[in-house]
Design a protein around this ligand. Structure first.
Ligand code: DC
Length: 211
């Protein structure tokens, strides 16, 4: 069984995907990490992020073990990921890994931007997680504050809007709601409430998973 969770930055889709995978006993892949790792490797080799040749080489040579690198978290790595993710050949190079992961028994949860539309259009369940830009910026801002980082809320909001525009505006595999996806707006939901709502959507679609 394949569960596709798509949505914009800071929508809560990563947390939700992990919780769902644990609940169902499925494997979980945060596909954003693949693009983040490509960005990291392009930079560490001294190339520009929009250098197609360097980015494709990094994507083709990506070591999945390196996805646990804590340096992949954070907005700098996220912005870098969003830039290399615009290159169609980079996306193509990462496709087989994602599809192989998705097909493992008994099932997998993948989260990203194009899981339900491009990576796994055949997914059994597709959920598009969203929240208003202001709510997403507020969540990010609180995380930064908890880490003692001095960033203005307006800066965080501007970064989120820039990333949304880049991810939704690219010609190749843009972030878009799949026609058969179910929408989950987490603007007014706690993590727990979002999880319960997602389980409800999955049950509605395919019955009683994991119970
Ligand atoms: O989900 P995330 O914030 O870690 O993703 C980082 C960037 O990677 C995101 O801004 C766009 C890109 N990405 C993508 O293009 N396709 C995916 N399936 C996942 C991420």
């Amino acid at each position: 069984m394949i569960i596709a969770i798509d949505g914009p930055a800071a929508s809560g889709k990563g947390t939700l995907a992990k919780r769902l995978a644990e609940h169902l006993g499925f494997a979980c892949l945060d596909t954003g990490l693949l693009y983040r790792a490509v960005g990291r490797d392009v930079r560490s080799r001294g190339f520009r992020l929009d250098d197609t040749w360097a980015a494709v080489a990094a994507a083709r040579g990506l070591d999945p073990v390196s996805l646990t690198d804590p340096g992949l978290r954070g907005t700098v790595a996220g912005d870098a990921a969003s830039i290399v993710a615009r290159i169609p050949e980079v996306r193509a190079a990462l496709l087989a890994y994602q599809r192989d992961f998705a097909r493992q028994p008994p099932g997998a949860v993948l989260d990203g931007r194009d899981i339900g539309t491009v990576v796994c259009p055949e997914a059994d369940v597709k959920i598009f997680v969203t929240a208003s830009p202001e709510v997403r910026a507020r969540r990010r801002f609180s995380e930064f504050q908890a880490f003692g980082m001095d960033v203005a809320y307006e800066t965080v909001l501007a970064d989120i809007l820039t990333r949304d525009a880049r991810d939704a505006g690219r010609p190749n595999a843009p972030m878009v709601v799949a026609t058969d996806a179910m929408l989950l707006d987490t603007s007014n939901l706690s993590i727990e409430a979002a999880f319960d709502a997602a389980v409800g959507l999955i049950k509605r679609k395919i019955g009683q998973p994991g119970r």
